[in-house]
Design a protein around this ligand. Structure first.
Ligand SMILES: Cc1ncc(C[n+]2csc(CCOP(=O)(O)OP(=O)(O)O)c2C)c(N)n1
Ligand SMILES: [Mg+2]
Length: 887
């Protein structure tokens, strides 16, 4: 602060300020944390005294850790630099070589070029593969940096040359390397799929919380284990990336570290050309209560800062925006001298003894191991909340004329001359011609740099990334364990949702598997009737319950507890899905086979967070997605944005998602039992999507011998009273309409029909497709029959299928039921009304089913057409109504 010293009072005050600053400096010199505490206390005092205390969300554009607080770098800088150069080359060679051989195969190199040192300091000094017997740190890598991660594994001897040569060639005879981190494709290597931007950071936050949840519930030992998420600066524009950061500070997740690779560029150009992304992110994270560590300038800037007594250097930096900083790195030292330092004669003088080359090589913080080391050290030592490191880097670092260019992101083929320059610059001992072909280079395992890197990894517990799945030791409860639910409801009207919640409560009480159940809800617990479960096992709250709930004197009070079992996520389906992902992969990541049941409003599932479901499948996640308030006509009253008539179709697109649309509680019980058995006892990498409804009706007892049909997707529920001339399919609550139609057809029109329950069209189709493929590939062998056809057997007549879902759902079976299938469904936008009117509107009520049956029989010459037309009128069907599909 500069003050005009005019009056004696001002002179006195100025002296007082100097004394305060001196005293403060003494405190900081002793312990910087005390300095921070002192400031905070003063700020508090000022607030109490009514002095305004505007709080800055950004700090000066300098490193957070001052030079005098740095510890010396503990590693061998020469050997580490050598290793990093080798990795840089092999990553480059891999991508370049492949694109030379197979034009357009793609791959990215500029992301890793900017990230290399940030990763290497982690690999050499921080990323632990183990903590004693406990698993080590979890690293969420920036997906596009995968070539660098592969190149390191290659140097470590984990991949041979052939494997490296098959980068992005996964369908060759020898195993390849997947483009990005995919546990589905490289299940021994990658743990976390991150390449769909935003999903990695979001999952990392909830992973950190889930780790605490497991610790607080005593399911794993507490360790100093960290979750590191490497995030692109462009990636922070995804709402998923920043949308949940407040959870990190709210839950004091000091096991969580974000490293944002601020290379100032995304795919098309600058992230914030006219502003500074680091300032923006600092404000966001500080505002959210994170510990922010900025690593902006490398060590070689320290000398300049020291010599600049006026603060002009910092001022010049703060005059520049990211577009300027990018240009400085795309151009040379002379340009930097002229356009950056040249603005002020004092700054020009500051660098007058430096050559242009020296200016060009002034490093950014994210390329300086010492700065990075200090930031990481602070991050792992920080207590009470998460840390974000904002590291400034250069995109395409070291890639000659491609460095920091707008088009750098997609650069995969350097010119021959540039490759030759690259090996020269990074001192890779291969001939120029080999360089031009992108030949990998790996020194012998006893070369000092390799010995060093291996030793560092040994010290830290082994290689990373690595995914290991322990041998399963799990016995699923048998079906008779669910006897209460297969016995029927004794005429009591209940919903499948109520049935499910009571199954869940039973599982929670189980002495063996109860503790492994993880119920997850996004503020819909009451919608599903979870009050009793809340009382029973409590809601997880890291701090316990610090207040007396207003309903404390009631039986079903709102119970939060440090070892609570339910994850009540608040209104965030994406966050809930992230918890589901952490819990559904815990069998591999923590060696604890937790069984998540995520209950949500089915409309806000697949269509809202479908990409996260896809990543869950990639992660080989297990568990149950329970789509509640399902069905376009069963979810009454709410209207267009709530009524789900398509989630089953979306779910059917995910290869490992097994889907069911149960009509009765016994069907649901059979599916849940088998799901636990297949996923956790047999170890299949599957997960389940099960719809549950809120319509109450009497639940019948399970018909004997129906279990196989339920699971495979179809069984005969109620045979016709006479000789059947038609077959009626139903699922979910619409099955009741089908049963009612069966009665009307028989009594009013003398038409007999069998009724089939079809809990899974998707499973039937998958089976039929597999059988058909086998038949196609074995034309000389006896033809196999899809399950749906063998189940139908001799059943005669047209098939009328009705569900609360779009017609496309039953339609998936039409290739195997040629010209037999007539589908009724809920295509179109929902409406706000009651079930009776909704089902009439969408033409899925019993009357519409009867009408469709008679119409089809008439077309087949088995019913008089005129009589059918008359019947439609009798049934109250409005033949002139607008098509609900577009209404
Ligand atoms: C959801 C999603 N949208 C788009 C992409 C395509 N994409 C891949 S990388 C990239 C740019 C990444 O920029 P940044 O996050 O800054 O990472 P950098 O490569 O600069 O380190 C884009 C748009 C993607 N992978 N995922
Ligand atoms: Mg970027």
């Amino acid at each position: 602060m500069t003050m005009k010293l005019e009056t004696p009072a001002q002179i006195d005050f100025s002296a007082e300020v100097s004394e305060w600053i001196e005293a403060f400096d003494d405190v900081v010199a002793d312990d910087w944390q005390h300095g921070a505490e002192l400031l905070e206390t003063l700020r508090q005092r000022a607030r109490e005294a009514g002095v305004p205390t505007p709080s800055d969300v950004t700090t000066p554009y300098r490193n957070t850790i001052p030079k005098h607080d740095e510890v010396p770098y503990p590693g061998d800088r020469t050997l580490e630099k050598r290793v990093e150069s080798l990795i840089r080359w092999n990553a480059m060679a891999m991508v370049h070589g492949q694109n030379k051989k197979d034009a357009g195969i793609g791959g990215h190199i500029s992301t890793y070029s900017s990230l290399a040192t940030l990763l290497e300091v982690g690999f050499n000094h921080f990323f632990r593969a183990k903590y004693g017997e406990e698993p080590g740190d979890f690293i969420y890598f920036q997906g596009h940096a995968s070539p660098g991660v592969y190149a390191r594994a290659y140097l470590e001897g984990r991949f041979d040359d052939d494997r490296l040569k098959n980068f992005r060639h996964e369908l060759r005879d020898t195993p390849g390397l997947s483009s990005y981190p995919h546990p589905w494709l490289m299940q021994d290597f990658w743990r976390f799929p991150t390449v769909s931007m935003g999903i990695g950071p979001l999952n990392a936050i909830y992973q950190a919380r889930f780790m605490r949840y497991l610790e607080n519930r005593g399911l794993i030992k507490a360790t100093p284990r960290k979750i590191w998420a490497f995030v692109g600066d462009g990636e922070t524009d995804e709402v998923d990336t920043l949308g949940a950061i407040s959870l990190g500070s709210r839950e004091k997740l000091d096991n969580l570290i974000f490293v944002v690779n601020c290379n100032l560029q995304r795919l098309d150009g600058p992230v914030r050309g006219n502003k500074r992304i680091i300032d923006e992110l600092e404000g966001m994270f500080r505002g959210a209560g994170w510990n922010v560590i900025k690593v902006i300038w490398g060590s070689d800037w320290d000398a300049l800062f020291e010599r600049d007594h006026t603060g002009l250097l910092l001022r010049r930096m703060e005059e520049c925006v990211d577009g300027d900083f990018q240009t400085f790195k795309a151009k040379d030292g002379a340009y930097l001298r002229e356009h950056f330092f040249g603005k002020y004669p004092e700054l020009l003088a500051l660098v007058s003894d430096m050559t242009d080359e020296q200016l060009e090589r002034l490093h950014r913080g994210g390329h300086d191991p010492a700065k990075i080391y200090n930031a990481y050290k602070r991050a792992i030592e920080h207590k009470g909340g998460p840390t974000v490191i904002l590291a400034k880097t250069v995109k395409g670092y070291g890639m000659g004329s491609s460095q920091a260019r707008n088009a750098t992101h997609n650069e995969k083929k350097l010119a021959d001359a540039e490759l030759a320059a690259f090996v020269k610059r990074f001192d890779i001992p291969i001939p120029e011609e080999a360089a031009q072909h992108g030949t990998p280079y790996r020194p012998a395992q006893d070369a000092p740099e390799i010995v060093y890197m291996q030793e560092r990894r040994r010290e830290l517990g082994g290689h990373i990334p690595k995914r290991e799945v322990p041998k399963l030791d799990f016995t699923a409860p048998a079906l008779d364990y669910f006897g209460e639910w297969t016995a029927g409801s004794n005429n009591r009207a209940v919903s499948t949702t109520m049935g499910f919640v009571s199954i869940l409560r039973h599982l929670l009480k189980d002495p063996k598997i109860g503790k492994l159940i993880v119920p997850i809800v996004p503020d819909e617990g009451r919608t599903f009737g979870l009050e009793s479960a809340i009382r029973q096992v409590g809601i997880y709250a890291a701090e316990g319950q610090r207040y007396t709930p207003h309903d404390a004197d009631m039986l079903l009070y709102y119970r939060e507890a440090k070892d609570g079992q339910i994850l009540e996520e608040g209104i965030t389906e994406a966050g809930s899905m992230a918890s589901f992902t952490a819990a559904g992969t815990a069998y591999a990541n923590y060696k604890v086979p937790t069984i998540p049941f995520y209950m949500y409003y089915s409309m806000f599932g697949f269509q809202r967070i479908g990409d996260m479901v896809w990543a869950f499948a990639d992660s080989r996640g297990k568990g149950f997605l329970m789509g509640g308030t399902a069905g376009r006509t069963t979810m009454l009253g709410e209207g267009l944005q709530h009524q789900d008539g398509h989630s089953h179709i979306l779910a059917s697109t995910v290869p490992t998602c097994v889907t069911y649309d149960p009509a009765f509680v016994y069907e649901l019980a059979v599916v849940v039992q088998d799901g636990i058995r297949r996923m956790y006892e047999k170890g299949e990498d599957l997960f389940y999507y099960i719809t549950m409804y809120n319509e109450d009706y009497a639940m019948p007892a399970m018909p004997e011998g129906s279990a196989e049909g339920i699971l495979r997707g179809i069984y005969k529920l109620k045979p016709a009273a006479g000789e059947a001339v038609a077959q009626l399919f139903g699922s979910g609550p619409i099955l009741n309409e089908v049963l009612r139609a069966q009665g009307i057809l028989a009594t009013k029109y003398g038409v007999h029909a069998d009724v089939w329950s079809v809990p899974s069209y998707t499973e039937l189709r998958r089976d039929a497709l597999a059988v058909e493929r086998w038949n196609r590939l074995h034309p000389a062998e006896k033809e196999r029959v899809p399950y749906v056809l063998s189940a139908l057997g001799e059943a005669k007549g047209p098939i009328i299928a009705a569900s609360d879902y779009m017609k496309a759902l039953p339609d998936v079976l039409s290739p195997w039921l040629p010209s037999r299938l007539v589908t009724l469904g809920t295509d179109g936008f929902g409406r706000s009304d009651n079930r009776e009117h909704l089902r009439r509107h969408f033409e899925v009520n019993a009357e519409a089913i009867v009408g469709a049956t008679l119409s089809k029989l008439a077309r087949e010459g088995k019913f008089k057409p005129k009589a059918a037309q008359k019947a439609l009128a009798e049934l109250g069907l409005n033949v002139d109504a607008a098509d609900p599909a577009r209404a």
